[in-house]
Design a protein around this ligand. Structure first.
Ligand code: NAD
Ligand code: IPM
Ligand code: MN
Length: 355
């Protein structure tokens, strides 16, 4: 029988990160009590507070410890007290790159009973899975600044696209599509980014021959934003570049009903490194410390983690726990939720415990 003991590293991080992660952990504990698996959670003090105290973002020794876990749960990183990029690049992107978390999987699915800003949209018209490339594109940090501070200053920020990087995320997306409704869309900007776009498009076309049961199509990213709002039913699985994927998944969260609903998994599909699960949202400094953060995204992130660990039944139980509590919420975040972050976490955990 498979060993059902999991070592999970927890990085609450900044702002609302720790507030919502605590709620995810309550649901995890309830699921573990119910389903008979055991969890060891190890908390890591990383983020803005540690950086301001010690100057450290992610010491090598800590990264090596993280690598020894079965999965990582992260709340959010980034705070106005630290210059932009220090924590985001130094912690989150470093883990994505060093642990080769080459797929960022972000479901965009309407949850029953949650109002969507898209008038008249019914749940079965929007159920898509966005597979965002997560290790290259504009995110690698390739580039630089010359003649800084002069009128002739130049800033270069290059987008790196490798055959290996494009092919592996596209292959992953084909596999997902084959297991779902059998349709894969490439989202890019081939009409302007002709070099990168050509590599992505050729890769899609070549791999398509190996997946005769999956139909494919292509949309430019600007039109993608239009169709996500007007006709989301045209999408099943979508594969896209790192930066486009970042942008369209915030739109996806809005379509779902709010930033506090969208979950994601940064995956190393081969399991050479632990995968990292986090809400799509950030540290939300504008609402930190008030009990206004919607914990649902963080809880659904735990469900994605359980699914990745092979605990599919528990993942469904956690999703059902969320579904039971959503109708009790008066809004999807902010002062008018009808309950605090913590109270909602308790309610969801109770629903998970009861089943
Ligand atoms: P954000 O996602 O933190 O916030 C955008 C808006 O959504 C804000 O109005 C916020 O109040 C709201 N919001 C976010 N999560 C919510 C929740 N759970 N419930 C209710 N409302 C919620 O994005 P931002 O303001 O652009 O970024 C803030 C910081 O977070 C920056 O430092 C950024 O770099 C960082 N960030 C981190 C991650 C991550 O760690 N995964 C992701 C995105 C942004
Ligand atoms: C996300 C975030 C990150 C990204 C930032 C914090 C580096 O916005 O996970 O969506 O751009 O990927
Ligand atoms: Mn983002």
């Amino acid at each position: 029988m498979a060993d059902r003991h999991y070592r999970i590293a927890v990085i609450g991080g900044d702002g609302i990160g720790p507030e919502v992660t605590d709620q995810g952990l309550k649901a995890l504990a309830a699921a573990s009590d119910r389903s008979g698996f055991t969890v060891e959670t190890n908390h890591y003090d990383l983020g803005g507070a540690r950086y301001l105290r010690t100057g450290e973002v992610l010491p090598d020794t800590v990264e090596a410890e993280l690598a020894g876990h079965d999965a990582i749960l992260l709340g959010a990183v980034g705070t106005p007290d630290v210059p932009p990029g220090v924590l985001e690049r130094g912690l989150l992107l470093r883990l994505r790159f060093d642990f080769d978390l080459y797929v960022n999987l972000r479901p965009v699915k309407l949850l029953p009973g949650v109002p969507t800003p898209i008038a008249g949209l019914v749940p079965d018209r929007c159920d898509m899975l966005i597979a965002r490339e997560n290790t290259e594109g504009a995110y690698t940090g390739s580039g630089g600044t010359i003649r800084m501070g002069t009128p002739h200053e130049v800033a270069l920020q290059e987008s790196i696209n490798t055959r290996l990087g494009v092919e592996r995320v596209t292959r992953f997306a084909f596999e997902q599509a084959a297991a779902r409704r059998g349709h894969l869309t490439l989202c890019h900007k081939t009409n302007v980014l002709t070099y990168a776009g050509d590599l992505w498009y050729r890769t899609l076309t070549e791999l398509a021959e190996r997946y005769p049961d999956v139909t494919t199509d292509y949309v430019h990213v600007d039109a993608m934003c239009l169709y996500m709002v007007t006709s989301p039913e045209r999408f099943d699985v979508v594969v896209t570049d790192n930066l486009f994927g970042d942008i369209v998944t915030d739109l996806g969260a809005a379509i779902q009903g709010g930033m506090g609903l969208a979950a994601s998994g940064n995956l190393n599909p081969e399991g050479r490194f632990p995968s990292l699960f986090e809400p799509v949202h950030g540290s939300a400094p504008d609402i930190t410390g008030r009990g206004w953060a919607n914990p649902v995204a963080a809880v659904l992130t735990v469900a994605m983690c359980l699914s990745h660990l092979g605990e599919h039944e528990s993942a469904s139980i956690v999703e059902d726990g969320v579904a039971a509590v959503l109708p009790t919420m008066e809004s999807m975040g902010g002062p008018d939720m009808g309950a605090t972050t913590d109270q909602l976490g308790d309610r969801i955990a109770a629903a998970v415990a009861e089943g």
